[in-house]
Design a protein around this ligand. Structure first.
Ligand code: FES
Length: 111
């Protein structure tokens, strides 16, 4: 028998899509700390801890390009879909679930 572990998810409303600028971000304070919501030029949403895996730089203040963000402190490039640093750098900013319901943005917080 295969055991399935299901992560409980608490979906919280964090605003509307238009509250997040295209190729920009918005920070939400949660019980898990600051989470940066990113919006790509084609309106895809991504959510990462607002801490660069290098030395904790604020990823929300970085430059969004495609599905990546460049950290403002030392220019590490982070994949928005996974939170992984692009090689040769190594590290990961924790990724969170985010979805749209109509124009409302919902952030998934694991509980
Ligand atoms: S803290 Fe982000 S690249 Fe150094």
């Amino acid at each position: 028998m295969k055991a399935e572990i299901e992560m409980a998810m608490n979906w919280i409303q964090v605003g509307k899509l238009e509250d997040i600028p295209r190729q920009g971000s918005r920070v939400v304070n949660t019980i898990k700390g600051e989470i940066a919501l990113f919006r790509s030029v084609d309106d895809q949403l991504f959510a990462l801890n607002n801490r660069c895996p290098h030395k904790g730089g604020p990823l929300s203040q970085g430059i969004v390009h495609g599905r990546r963000v460049t950290c403002p402190l030392h220019n590490w490039v982070i994949e928005l879909e996974t939170g992984n640093a692009v090689a040769p750098d190594v590290g990961c900013a924790h990724q969170h679930e985010v979805k749209l319901e109509g124009s409302m943005v919902l952030l998934g917080i694991e509980i």
